[in-house]
Design a protein around this ligand. Structure first.
Ligand code: ATP
Ligand code: MG
Length: 331
């Protein structure tokens, strides 16, 4: 089976709709056709200031949500990144292959550091894409299912894999991005020109899967649209409506033209109400399952430990090969 690898940060108490539609839902779908490795990337989560208690809680909440979404430990490896030390070890090697200018071109660093200024950002936030390079390459993944915001980091991954292979001999599979076009970028409900984000969206702009369904219904009803009335998909001139249509199509398994037809002559209020119902219907059971899974911490931790063991089998093999090729003495 071809291999896939992907990760999600434990940076919030709930995933949001963009995480679900852009990433997690695809992970679930890929479990059987791929040899799948999925992780909660706690090493990435400390690139911004954080609270240790919250990190511990959020790592479990993230794993529980992944299980609730449909990942099954028999069908994939689910683990916490910090349980596999090879990630940090390979990241060091890859950082020595990365040009400073090359790293400086990563736009997500520019975005994420803009708030407090580049000077206040951590070096870890700056080198984060290189850790992501290591994440992917350790597993020899052929595919990486992520949202559009990760495309540039995947390009870096491909460049560095090729560079290593050329300089030191082939150690890595060069991965392909696996970005689902229609849902790769879900936008902020209040600011439909920026992506929905755990760390950057305002509370009104983000739809958290574990939030009270009533709160989420309200957020959809107050989503920013435009002063026209017509429900049609026009990203450039009607980004708010386009975002709602895209979410509706993905969750309701309908096409956008079908929705445009159904809502001909109807108002934004009708669209929002139906979408709010659909969101409630989809995520109410998800929330309940997540809570059940979280109630048994022992079992959850055991699943993560088992996943880490599976992951290390692959990761340690790659790292040994890399260490040898780069000229480190064997023990
Ligand atoms: P943070 O703001 O802390 O970076 P995030 O919301 O960007 O959080 P991540 O944990 O960084 O979430 O990303 C997890 C996965 O979700 C990645 O594959 C990413 O591409 C995807 N993703 C994140 N935001 C969106 C979005 N708005 N639409 C589609 N996919 C998204
Ligand atoms: Mg992110």
């Amino acid at each position: 089976l071809p291999r896939v690898l992907s990760g999600i940060q434990p940076t919030a108490d709930s995933f949001h709709l963009g995480n679900y539609l852009g990433a997690v839902r695809n992970w679930v779908a890929m479990q059987d056709d791929y040899d799948a490795y999925y992780m909660v990337v706690d090493l990435h989560a400390i690139t911004v200031e954080h609270d240790p208690q919250a990190l511990r809680r959020r790592t479990r909440v993230s794993a529980a949500q992944l299980l609730a979404a449909g990942l099954e430990p028999q069908r994939c490896a689910l683990f916490a990144q910090s349980h596999v030390p090879e990630h940090a070890q390979l990241a060091w090697v890859m950082s020595c292959l990365t040009g400073f200018g090359e790293a400086s071109r990563m736009t997500q660093f520019k975005d994420k550091s803009a708030k407090h200024g580049v000077g206040a950002a951590s070096v870890g936030l700056f080198t984060y894409p290189i850790l992501m390079v290591a994440d992917v390459l350790l597993y020899q993944a052929g595919f990486v299912p992520v949202g559009e915001d990760q495309r540039q980091h995947l390009e870096l991954t491909r460049d560095l894999a090729q560079r290593f292979n050329t300089r030191y001999g082939k150690a890595f599979t060069v991965p392909e991005p696996y970005i689902i076009k229609d849902t790769a970028k879900i936008m902020d409900l209040q600011d439909p020109t920026s992506k929905m984000s755990k760390s950057a969206s305002s509370p009104g702009g983000i739809l958290e899967l574990l939030d009270d369904p009533k709160v989420n219904a309200k957020k959809i009803k107050s989503a920013v649209t435009d002063t026209e009335r017509e429900i049609r998909f026009d990203e450039e001139n009607k980004p708010g409506v386009a975002n709602l249509l895209r979410i509706y199509a993905a969750l309701g398994e309908r096409t956008i033209p079908e929705l445009e037809r159904d809502y001909e002559g109807k108002g934004y209020g009708d669209l929002k109400k139906d979408l709010a119902d659909l969101v409630t219907e989809t995520f109410q059971p998800f929330k309940e399952r997540t809570e059940e899974i979280l109630a048994d911490t022992g079992k959850l931790d055991a699943i993560l430990a088992e996943g880490a063991e599976k992951a290390r089998e692959v990761a340690s093999r790659t790292l040994a090969e890399v260490y040898d090729k780069i000229g480190f003495l064997s023990k």
